[in-house]
Each structure stands twice: as structure tokens, then as C-alpha cells.
Design a protein around this ligand. Structure first.
Ligand SMILES: NC(=O)C1=CN([C@@H]2O[C@H](COP(=O)(O)OP(=O)(O)OC[C@H]3O[C@@H](n4cnc5c(N)ncnc54)[C@H](OP(=O)(O)O)[C@@H]3O)[C@@H](O)[C@H]2O)C=CC1
Ligand SMILES: N[C@@H](CC(=O)OP(=O)(O)O)C(=O)O
Length: 343
């Protein structure tokens, strides 16, 4: 195997951090060289620090690795994938960027900054053009790029092919899995036999991030599109997989069949990126699909499933929140960076 790019994971012991390890193990372009977490874990082997909770086995090559603190001088890597809570990401990620690392972040801290790319490769790869500006503005040798919030990313992949019909209005109601809140995020007493009709700041993120992602980058700034986005977010007793009911208003009033065909025809290229699923959008015609338990792992958890396309236009989108919505999204971004010669 050719020499691979050295990759570190910040927040390696958490829900998203474990998904990073899964995605980077045996990756053709990246190899895990550093695992970092809080002072609670630093100094322990990964096996002792982390409570591995995925269905896959904890990879042998990771078990005995020492966990280091989130300190650039302790991390050996070219790129670091950040799965830190946003409060620590806010201070830690710039330290890594300043020290010359490429930072591919899941955290929300820098997503909406004017000079930080918020990218989904199938939607707005050109926004990576912001990196040079960011390095000039902040005098950094490295840089930060981000992927969106998990609910936003699942919706945005499905909205991209609707732009051709003059998308002007989006209403969305989410049904979000408990893994989205992290391992210790939602207690069983609050979620079993229940639905929580509030996820702090989630609705604002879906509305704001969608506009940035669909905005036009003119070389120096992003011009928001004239699209109205309104969201209502809810936590449901599902382990993994966010399901979203979406209403999309379009100038051209396409029929459900037009929209179905646009979903089927959606081809953003990018076949050479290892984490890109064969079909970024998978269309279901069965009236009771997609469902999280059955369909979240399609395309190794990287596909966005769409179905129940009806007059309106109304449809359902479903994706794996900690893979397509988090770790897999960051890894896909880093693959795009490598393809574009930025890593
Ligand atoms: N879960 C999801 O679906 C999505 C999550 N995200 C974002 O990804 C990030 C991680 O989320 P998640 O994995 O769910 O969170 P978890 O709580 O499961 O994991 C947090 C990780 O960060 C480490 N950590 C916590 N505090 C500190 C600190 N002060 N300094 C250094 N490391 C610290 C923890 O280490 P230790 O074990 O040592 O405490 C752990 O490795 C968050 O910003 C979240 O918002 C984004 C999109 C989707
Ligand atoms: N809030 C999301 C997960 C998340 O952490 O989002 P963000 O990365 O925007 O903080 C959820 O609960 O499902």
C-alpha cells in the first residue's frame, strides 16, 4: 500500500470519535496515527479509555494505542478529525490549525464563520476555495473545514437536485435518533416510550446551515440563496438514523415523478472518493420505506434514502446520523481535500 496520510482523531472515545475510527481503519488514503481525548482518557490505552459501543469489533491496531491530550505538540498527524464537544472545539481547533494541521471538524463551533468552508462534497465542493482566504485572515499554516449538523446534511443532499426546479421554500420535521446527543446525552428514563419535541439550537442550525451550503461562493463571500427554510426538530426512541419529513416548494411546480427522476439522476461525480457511496441518493418506491432500522446502513451508512414522494412536493429522507451525518461526512471532506491537492 502507498504511504498514507497521517490522521488523528480528536474526541476519539466518543460516539462520533468511534465512528471515525471505524471509517479510518483500513482506509486506502489515511492511517490513524493519533487518538486524542480529554484529560480523563489521556495516558490510558484506547481499549481502557473508551467504552466501545459499535456493532463492529474494536480494531486490533487501535486497542493498545495510547490516548493523548488534545494538544498539537502531542499529536502526530497531517489531518485531524474533530469530534470534540463544541465548547472545547472552539479553543482547540484553532490551536491545531495555527500549528499547521488540516482540521476536518464535525463540531458546530466554526461552521457559520465567514471564512470557514461548510462543505458536503456532493453539494458545494467549490466552497473549499475559502481556505486560502482563511489562512490569510488568520495567519494560519493549517486550516479548518467543517461538515454540517447531522439533520442538515441528510436534508441537503436531497435538496441539491431540487435546485433545478427553482427551490424557494423548505419545511422540515425531523425524527432524530438518540445517538445524535452523544453517549451520555439522553437518559433512558426520558426517551423510552416518549418523544422529546425540542433539541437545543437544532432548528436554527438547520435553517442557517442550509442557506450557507446552498449559497453561491463568488470567490470572496457566500451569497445566500432566496430560499425560506423552516424546521421543527424532535428526538425519538431510535438508536441510529435520522428520519425527516420534508415539504419543498419550487417555482416550476414539478410533479412527484419529475422529482423522483431528479433524485434517480442525481450524479455529483466524485466516484474516485473512497467513502462516496455508489448512489448518494437511494430512491424507495415502497410506501413504507425508508425506515431507520432497515435502511440506515445502505451505502455503508453514507447514502441518503428518499421515499414517499408525493404532491406538494412532500417526501421522507433518512440517513445514518453518526456516519453520513458526522464521521463519514468529515472523512469524505478530507478525501475531497486530498483529491484537490489541499492535503
Ligand atoms: N452524534 C452526532 O450525530 C453528531 C455529533 N456531532 C458533533 O460531534 C461532536 C462529538 O459528539 P459526540 O461524539 O456525540 O460526543 P461524546 O460526548 O460522545 O464524545 C465527546 C468526545 O470529546 C472528548 N472530550 C470531551 N470534553 C473534552 C475536553 N474538554 N477536552 C478534550 N476532549 C474532550 C471526550 O473524551 P473523554 O471520553 O475523555 O471524555 C470524547 O472523546 C460534538 O461537537 C457534536 O455536536 C456532529 C454531528 C452529528
Ligand atoms: N444535535 C444533533 C447532533 C449534533 O451534535 O449536532 P451539532 O453537530 O450541530 O451540534 C442531534 O442531536 O441529533
Amino acid at each position: 500500500m502507498a504511504e498514507r496520510i497521517k490522521a488523528g482523531v480528536l474526541g476519539a472515545t466518543g460516539a462520533v470519535g468511534q465512528r471515525f475510527i471505524e471509517a479510518l481503519t483500513d482506509h486506502p488514503w489515511f492511517e490513524i496515527t493519533s487518538l486524542a481525548a480529554s484529560e480523563r482518557s489521556a495516558g490510558k490505552t484506547y481499549e481502557n479509555a473508551a467504552n466501545w459501543r459499535l456493532d463492529s469489533q474494536l480494531p486490533d491496531e487501535v486497542k493498545g494505542k495510547d490516548v493523548v491530550p488534545v494538544d498539537p505538540s502531542k499529536v502526530d498527524a497531517d489531518v485531524v478529525f474533530s469530534a470534540l464537544p463544541s465548547s472545547s472545539a472552539k479553543t482547540v481547533e484553532p490551536e491545531f490549525a495555527e500549528a499547521g494541521f488540516a482540521v476536518a471538524s464535525n463540531a458546530s463551533s466554526y461552521r457559520m464563520e465567514d471564512d470557514v468552508p461548510l462543505v458536503v462534497p456532493e453539494v458545494n465542493p467549490d466552497h473549499l476555495g475559502m481556505i486560502e482566504q482563511q489562512q490569510d485572515n488568520r495567519n494560519w499554516d493549517g486550516y479548518i473545514i467543517t461538515n454540517p449538523n447531522c439533520s442538515t446534511i441528510i436534508m441537503i443532499v436531497s435538496l441539491k437536485p431540487l435546485l433545478q426546479f427553482g427551490l424557494n421554500n423548505v419545511n422540515v420535521a425531523t425524527m432524530q435518533a438518540v445517538s445524535g446527543a452523544g453517549f451520555d446525552g439522553v437518559s433512558s428514563m426520558s426517551i423510552i416510550d416518549n418523544i422529546l419535541p425540542y433539541i437545543k439550537t437544532e432548528e436554527e442550525k438547520m435553517e442557517n446551515e442550509t442557506l450557507k451550503l446552498l449559497g453561491e461562493f463568488n470567490g470572496s463571500e457566500i451569497l445566500n440563496p432566496d430560499i425560506h427554510v423552516s424546521s421543527s426538530c424532535h428526538r425519538v426512541p431510535v438508536l441510529d438514523g435520522h428520519t425527516e419529513a420534508i415539504w419543498a416548494g419550487m417555482d416550476d411546480n414539478p410533479t412527484p415523478e419529475d422529482v423522483r427522476q431528479a433524485f434517480l439522476d442525481f450524479d455529483p461525480g466524485l466516484e474516485d472518493l473512497p467513502s462516496k457511496p455508489e448512489n448518494s441518493l437511494v430512491v424507495w418506491d415502497e410506501p413504507d420505506r425508508p425506515q431507520p432500522r432497515l435502511d440506515k446502513n445502505i451505502g455503508n451508512g453514507m447514502a441518503v434514502n428518499v421515499g414517499r414522494i408525493r404532491e406538494g412536493i412532500r417526501y421522507i429522507a433518512l440517513g445514518h446520523n453518526t456516519i453520513r451525518g458526522a464521521a463519514g461526512a468529515s472523512v469524505l471532506n478530507a478525501e475531497l481535500l486530498h483529491k484537490k491537492g489541499k492535503l
